[in-house]
Ligand binder design. Structure first.
Ligand SMILES: [Zn+2]
Length: 186
């Protein structure tokens, strides 16, 4: 198996010219700049190692992805960013066709047979999101206590109480707390 290191390259492109019909290993890294270059999605940054094994065949290739690292998410409890560990493995079949069509919801995509490279950015981005847990919380410490921002939690609790007292106002107490925190910092 051939191995090409691409750690220093902040691009996520596999060159296809001259690849023989065998397995090839490529390594990439998705960093803060990568995740921040998208304005959709829940991931606000991260350090994710990406290993891709490309198995080239005559009329198709199979891409095996292996992602592991941490991504930055907004905590649902205190609204601060925290590091969420992720790990996911998946594969996608790339068929050669007339036009490139990456529908990342399907198990197979089409790459123009004239293409001399394949940009795997979209796959890395989508797989990173597939790997997320349903709940986004700061982890608990060794004693089982949440490691959330204590000041934010205090404010949120305070507004929760006030909100239950005046039910007609439906502002999310967490945002109200965030606003107060921002005002105090001014
Ligand atoms: Zn938190």
């Amino acid at each position: 198996m051939f191995s090409i290191g691409m750690d220093s390259v902040n691009q996520h492109i596999i060159p296809l010219d001259g690849l023989g019909e065998t397995e090839h290993l490529f390594r990439f890294r998705a960093d803060d700049a990568f995740f921040q270059s998208y304005d959709k999605g829940e991931i606000k940054g991260g350090e994710v190692d990406v290993k891709v094994i490309l198995t080239k065949k005559k009329t198709s290739m199979l891409l095996n992805f292996d992602l592991s690292g941490t991504v930055k998410l907004t905590c649902d409890r205190c609204l601060e960013l925290y590091d969420q560990p992720i790990a996911i493995s998946d594969e996608i079949l790339v068929n050669y066709g007339d036009e490139t069509n990456f529908d990342t919801n399907s198990d197979a995509v089409t790459l123009s047979r004239d293409a001399n490279e394949i940009d795997i950015s979209e796959f890395i981005y989508e797989y990173s999101h597939f790997a997320l847990p349903i709940a986004h919380y700061h982890p608990d410490d060794a004693n089982g206590n949440p490691t959330c921002n204590a000041k934010m939690m205090e404010l949120i609790d305070k507004y929760k109480v006030e909100e239950t007292e005046k039910t007609e106002d439906a502002i999310d107490p967490r945002w109200e707390a965030l606003r107060e925190l921002k005002n105090n910092n001014n």
